[in-house]
Design a protein around this ligand. Structure first.
Ligand code: SF4
Length: 215
Protein backbone atom coordinates (compact mmCIF):
# COMPACT_ATOMS: atom_id res chain seq x y z
CA UNK A 1 0.00 0.00 0.00
CA UNK A 2 2.81 2.42 0.90
CA UNK A 3 4.54 2.06 -2.50
CA UNK A 4 1.25 2.49 -4.29
CA UNK A 5 0.45 5.62 -2.32
CA UNK A 6 3.94 6.96 -2.98
CA UNK A 7 3.56 6.48 -6.75
CA UNK A 8 0.09 8.03 -6.70
CA UNK A 9 1.24 11.04 -4.71
CA UNK A 10 4.14 11.58 -7.10
CA UNK A 11 1.85 11.45 -10.13
CA UNK A 12 -0.38 14.06 -8.52
CA UNK A 13 2.50 16.29 -7.43
CA UNK A 14 4.11 16.13 -10.88
CA UNK A 15 0.77 16.96 -12.50
CA UNK A 16 0.36 20.03 -10.30
CA UNK A 17 3.93 21.15 -11.06
CA UNK A 18 3.56 20.60 -14.81
CA UNK A 19 0.07 22.01 -15.38
CA UNK A 20 -0.78 25.31 -13.72
CA UNK A 21 -4.30 25.01 -15.19
CA UNK A 22 -4.84 21.45 -13.96
CA UNK A 23 -8.44 20.45 -13.18
CA UNK A 24 -10.02 17.43 -11.51
CA UNK A 25 -13.15 15.77 -12.85
CA UNK A 26 -15.21 13.64 -10.50
CA UNK A 27 -18.43 11.69 -10.32
CA UNK A 28 -18.04 11.69 -6.51
CA UNK A 29 -17.05 8.05 -6.19
CA UNK A 30 -14.78 7.30 -3.26
CA UNK A 31 -11.81 7.33 -5.65
CA UNK A 32 -12.65 10.92 -6.48
CA UNK A 33 -12.71 11.87 -2.82
CA UNK A 34 -9.32 10.28 -2.20
CA UNK A 35 -7.93 11.98 -5.29
CA UNK A 36 -9.21 15.38 -4.18
CA UNK A 37 -7.78 14.92 -0.70
CA UNK A 38 -4.36 13.82 -1.93
CA UNK A 39 -4.28 16.67 -4.43
CA UNK A 40 -5.27 19.20 -1.77
CA UNK A 41 -2.40 17.99 0.40
CA UNK A 42 -0.04 18.59 -2.55
CA UNK A 43 -1.30 22.16 -2.90
CA UNK A 44 -3.88 21.76 -5.65
CA UNK A 45 -6.10 24.86 -5.80
CA UNK A 46 -7.72 24.52 -9.22
CA UNK A 47 -11.17 23.45 -10.40
CA UNK A 48 -12.91 20.28 -9.24
CA UNK A 49 -15.56 19.75 -11.88
CA UNK A 50 -18.80 17.84 -11.39
CA UNK A 51 -21.60 17.51 -13.96
CA UNK A 52 -25.09 17.80 -12.52
CA UNK A 53 -27.21 15.84 -14.97
CA UNK A 54 -30.40 16.78 -13.18
CA UNK A 55 -30.87 13.17 -12.10
CA UNK A 56 -28.39 12.68 -9.29
CA UNK A 57 -29.35 11.29 -5.92
CA UNK A 58 -29.99 14.11 -3.43
CA UNK A 59 -27.13 12.64 -1.37
CA UNK A 60 -24.75 13.27 -4.26
CA UNK A 61 -25.65 16.94 -4.56
CA UNK A 62 -25.34 17.41 -0.78
CA UNK A 63 -22.02 15.55 -0.75
CA UNK A 64 -20.53 17.81 -3.42
CA UNK A 65 -21.48 20.84 -1.33
CA UNK A 66 -19.91 19.24 1.75
CA UNK A 67 -16.64 18.75 -0.16
CA UNK A 68 -16.68 22.40 -1.15
CA UNK A 69 -17.06 23.39 2.48
CA UNK A 70 -14.22 21.10 3.53
CA UNK A 71 -11.63 22.06 0.90
CA UNK A 72 -11.90 25.84 0.89
CA UNK A 73 -8.85 26.53 -1.28
CA UNK A 74 -10.23 24.44 -4.15
CA UNK A 75 -12.74 25.80 -6.66
CA UNK A 76 -15.69 23.40 -6.87
CA UNK A 77 -17.52 23.83 -10.18
CA UNK A 78 -20.92 22.41 -11.07
CA UNK A 79 -21.72 22.05 -14.77
CA UNK A 80 -25.08 21.32 -16.35
CA UNK A 81 -26.62 21.19 -19.79
CA UNK A 82 -27.92 24.47 -21.21
CA UNK A 83 -30.49 22.48 -23.18
CA UNK A 84 -31.25 19.46 -20.96
CA UNK A 85 -32.84 16.32 -22.40
CA UNK A 86 -35.75 16.08 -19.93
CA UNK A 87 -36.43 12.50 -18.80
CA UNK A 88 -34.24 11.37 -21.68
CA UNK A 89 -33.30 8.18 -19.82
CA UNK A 90 -36.80 6.89 -20.60
CA UNK A 91 -36.52 7.50 -24.32
CA UNK A 92 -32.85 7.25 -25.26
CA UNK A 93 -30.38 6.76 -22.36
CA UNK A 94 -27.26 7.02 -24.52
CA UNK A 95 -28.42 10.35 -25.91
CA UNK A 96 -29.49 11.43 -22.41
CA UNK A 97 -25.91 10.87 -21.20
CA UNK A 98 -24.54 12.66 -24.25
CA UNK A 99 -26.67 15.77 -23.72
CA UNK A 100 -26.95 15.89 -19.94
CA UNK A 101 -23.46 14.69 -19.02
CA UNK A 102 -20.90 14.50 -21.81
CA UNK A 103 -21.65 17.78 -23.59
CA UNK A 104 -21.50 19.99 -20.47
CA UNK A 105 -18.08 18.60 -19.61
CA UNK A 106 -16.74 18.97 -23.14
CA UNK A 107 -18.09 22.53 -23.25
CA UNK A 108 -16.05 23.18 -20.12
CA UNK A 109 -13.00 21.61 -21.79
CA UNK A 110 -13.44 23.95 -24.75
CA UNK A 111 -14.21 27.12 -22.80
CA UNK A 112 -11.78 26.76 -19.88
CA UNK A 113 -9.35 24.55 -21.79
CA UNK A 114 -7.36 22.94 -18.99
CA UNK A 115 -4.23 21.40 -20.47
CA UNK A 116 -4.62 18.35 -18.24
CA UNK A 117 -7.10 16.71 -15.90
CA UNK A 118 -6.75 14.34 -12.97
CA UNK A 119 -9.45 11.73 -12.52
CA UNK A 120 -10.08 8.78 -10.23
CA UNK A 121 -10.61 5.92 -12.66
CA UNK A 122 -9.19 2.54 -11.66
CA UNK A 123 -8.42 -0.57 -13.68
CA UNK A 124 -10.70 -2.71 -11.56
CA UNK A 125 -13.80 -0.57 -11.96
CA UNK A 126 -14.97 -2.12 -15.24
CA UNK A 127 -13.86 -4.50 -17.99
CA UNK A 128 -13.51 -1.47 -20.25
CA UNK A 129 -10.76 -0.15 -17.98
CA UNK A 130 -8.49 -3.14 -17.34
CA UNK A 131 -5.67 -1.65 -19.46
CA UNK A 132 -5.93 1.86 -18.05
CA UNK A 133 -2.58 3.69 -18.12
CA UNK A 134 -1.39 6.46 -15.82
CA UNK A 135 -1.39 8.87 -18.76
CA UNK A 136 -3.68 9.21 -21.77
CA UNK A 137 -3.12 11.51 -24.71
CA UNK A 138 -5.96 13.77 -25.73
CA UNK A 139 -7.40 17.21 -25.22
CA UNK A 140 -7.14 17.61 -22.35
CA UNK A 141 -4.30 15.27 -21.39
CA UNK A 142 -5.56 12.77 -18.81
CA UNK A 143 -3.67 11.66 -15.72
CA UNK A 144 -5.00 8.68 -13.77
CA UNK A 145 -3.08 8.53 -10.46
CA UNK A 146 -5.26 5.80 -8.95
CA UNK A 147 -5.12 3.49 -11.95
CA UNK A 148 -3.54 0.57 -10.02
CA UNK A 149 -5.76 0.80 -6.97
CA UNK A 150 -8.80 -1.38 -6.39
CA UNK A 151 -12.05 0.23 -5.38
CA UNK A 152 -12.08 -1.80 -2.15
CA UNK A 153 -8.55 -0.65 -1.24
CA UNK A 154 -9.56 2.96 -1.90
CA UNK A 155 -12.55 2.60 0.43
CA UNK A 156 -10.29 1.12 3.11
CA UNK A 157 -7.82 3.97 2.65
CA UNK A 158 -10.58 6.56 2.92
CA UNK A 159 -11.96 4.94 6.06
CA UNK A 160 -8.54 4.61 7.70
CA UNK A 161 -7.79 8.27 7.00
CA UNK A 162 -11.24 9.57 7.97
CA UNK A 163 -11.86 11.02 4.52
CA UNK A 164 -15.37 11.96 3.44
CA UNK A 165 -17.17 9.10 1.68
CA UNK A 166 -20.37 9.43 -0.33
CA UNK A 167 -23.12 8.14 2.01
CA UNK A 168 -24.44 5.65 -0.56
CA UNK A 169 -21.12 3.77 -0.79
CA UNK A 170 -21.99 1.88 2.40
CA UNK A 171 -25.21 0.75 0.69
CA UNK A 172 -23.30 -0.82 -2.20
CA UNK A 173 -23.20 2.05 -4.67
CA UNK A 174 -19.53 1.67 -5.55
CA UNK A 175 -19.87 3.72 -8.73
CA UNK A 176 -22.05 6.77 -8.45
CA UNK A 177 -24.43 7.68 -11.21
CA UNK A 178 -27.93 9.03 -11.75
CA UNK A 179 -30.78 7.50 -9.77
CA UNK A 180 -32.74 6.19 -12.81
CA UNK A 181 -29.72 4.25 -14.11
CA UNK A 182 -27.74 3.17 -11.03
CA UNK A 183 -28.14 0.25 -8.64
CA UNK A 184 -26.11 -1.07 -5.70
CA UNK A 185 -23.72 -3.92 -6.55
CA UNK A 186 -23.28 -7.29 -4.85
CA UNK A 187 -20.01 -8.46 -3.30
CA UNK A 188 -17.61 -9.57 -6.04
CA UNK A 189 -19.25 -7.59 -8.83
CA UNK A 190 -17.37 -4.91 -10.76
CA UNK A 191 -17.91 -1.52 -9.13
CA UNK A 192 -19.62 -0.32 -12.31
CA UNK A 193 -21.89 -3.35 -12.61
CA UNK A 194 -24.67 -1.24 -11.14
CA UNK A 195 -24.38 1.46 -13.77
CA UNK A 196 -26.69 1.72 -16.78
CA UNK A 197 -28.64 -1.33 -15.67
CA UNK A 198 -30.39 -3.03 -18.57
CA UNK A 199 -28.81 -0.69 -21.12
CA UNK A 200 -25.96 -2.95 -22.30
CA UNK A 201 -23.18 -0.49 -21.54
CA UNK A 202 -20.91 0.52 -18.65
CA UNK A 203 -19.62 3.88 -19.93
CA UNK A 204 -21.51 7.16 -20.19
CA UNK A 205 -19.38 8.36 -23.09
CA UNK A 206 -17.05 10.82 -21.38
CA UNK A 207 -14.03 8.54 -21.41
CA UNK A 208 -14.71 6.72 -24.65
CA UNK A 209 -15.15 10.04 -26.41
CA UNK A 210 -11.88 11.24 -24.95
CA UNK A 211 -10.14 8.05 -25.90
CA UNK A 212 -11.31 8.33 -29.48
CA UNK A 213 -10.24 11.94 -29.57
CA UNK A 214 -13.60 13.12 -30.87
CA UNK A 215 -15.03 16.49 -30.09
S1 SF4 B 1 -27.02 8.11 -16.35
FE1 SF4 B 1 -29.21 7.92 -16.96
S2 SF4 B 1 -30.25 9.77 -16.19
FE2 SF4 B 1 -28.01 10.11 -16.07
S3 SF4 B 1 -27.52 11.23 -17.93
FE3 SF4 B 1 -27.18 9.06 -18.37
S4 SF4 B 1 -29.15 8.23 -19.17
FE4 SF4 B 1 -29.53 10.26 -18.25
Amino acid sequence: MYELLEETTKLIADAIDSHSDLAITTGLNVAGTVLIDLAAKEGFAGDVVFVDTGYHFPETIAFFKDLGDRYETINFVTLSSKTPFEDGFLEDPTRCCEINKVEPLFSYFEEVAPSAILNGRTRDSAKTRTNLSPFEEGTPFKINPLYKWTTRSIIEFAEENSLPIHPLVSEGYLSMGCWPCTRAVEDGQDPRAGRFVGQGRVECGIWTRNTEGKK
